[in-house]
Ligand binder design. Structure first.
Ligand code: PBG
Length: 328
């Protein structure tokens, strides 16, 4: 058969394929979210196979092992005992809080690690919401932002390199930027959860932290999964307010939103492959229905292809280890 164009010639072997491969996955593209708690032992998270709430020693072990395979950035998520949760979420800015203590420890043990902290009230709130709740159930915006600024400053004081507000309150990026600058932390970056959707894919995360809302849902502050234009509006506001990096969350089901923001901004883009995406892949791989070493990297390379620079993923250490061992 005469045929001028045979695209398969460019796929003939690995060397040829790698001439024109457009997207790469490497350990420096990962930020590794870790769950921490006050207890004396690691506690496995049932809906997130192979993830645990880490005790202090467990956290050090996980960070050390990850650094060895080139993962150098970590995001800390605390499980707060019920007894420390309050309506005002005061524990969020306690200088002796779990996150603040672990930041100081990690900074002294692993000075090259880049530490990222989540800013939102849900792990500390007796209502399980990211903001303060009024008696009629509304989530208060401006009052919440004041607390978020305190939380961000206390994390910066404890050694956070990057502050990541995940609360979706209006105006929080600008307020946090000013609060950090006023407190002398102009070098601390802000990674804004710019387009964070009101997603059912966060279920396992809320199991992990016991942080599900006690009443209602998060739809008055997190975005409607049906919307993309609104993500651009959030992007423009975050840029004006001084965000250094922007995030799309979840990642896999929102690849179009990642691409949209990629085309609209010069800022670095992060995407969060969330707990539900992790749980689905682990469930299928654990049952032998999907092949882990192929499908997990594919899920990540797709997120990079869509336009993300960095990926927050619970698979960070696993995939970086496969890379270090030359398995993928
Ligand atoms: C807290 C927060 C959540 C996640 C990250 N930060 C949960 C939520 O908004 O309810 C979810 C991460 C995941 O599912 O892996 N504001």
């Amino acid at each position: 058969m005469d045929m001028l164009h045979r695209p398969r010639r460019n796929r003939k072997n690995e060397t040829v394929r790698s001439f024109h491969r457009e997207t790469w996955l490497a350990p420096q593209h990962f930020m590794y979210p870790l769950f921490i708690h006050e207890g004396a032992a690691d506690i496995p998270i049932l809906s997130m196979p192979e993830c645990s709430r880490l005790c202090v020693e467990g956290l050090f072990r996980e960070v050390e092992a990850s650094m060895k395979v080139g993962v150098k950035s970590f995001v800390l998520f605390p499980a707060t005992p019920e007894s420390k949760k309050t309506a005002g979420a005061e524990e969020s800015y306690n200088p002796e809080g779990l996150v603040q203590r672990m930041l100081r420890e990690l900074k002294s043990r692993f000075p090259e690690a880049v530490l990222v902290t989540d800013v939102a009230l849900d792990p500390y709130s007796s209502a399980g919401h990211d903001g303060l709740v009024a008696p009629d159930g509304r989530i208060l915006n401006d009052e919440t932002v004041e607390i978020l600024v305190k939380q961000a400053v206390s994390q910066a004081e404890a050694g956070a390199d990057i502050i990541a507000p995940s609360d979706m309150m209006d105006g929080r990026v600008g307020a946090i930027r000013m609060g950090l600058d006023d407190a002398g932390f102009s070098e601390v970056s802000i990674l804004s959860y710019t387009a964070k959707y009101a997603s059912a894919f966060y279920g396992p995360f809320r199991d992990a932290l016991d942080s599900a809302p006690k009443h209602g849902d998060k739809k008055t502050y997190q975005m409607d999964p049906a919307n993309a234009r609104e993500a651009c509006r959030e992007l423009y506001l975050d840029e004006e307010e001084g965000a250094d990096m922007v995030m799309v969350k979840p990642a896999g089901p929102y690849l179009d939103v990642i691409r949209l923001l990629r085309d609209e901004t010069t800022l670095p883009i992060a995407a969060y492959q969330v707990s539900g995406e992790y749980a689905m892949l682990q469930a299928a791989c654990g049952n032998g229905w999907l092949e882990a070493e192929r499908v997990i990297p594919e899920s990540l390379v797709a997120i990079r292809r869509a336009g993300a620079d960095v990926i927050l993923t619970y698979f960070a250490r696993k995939v970086a280890t496969w890379m270090a061992e030359g398995r993928i």
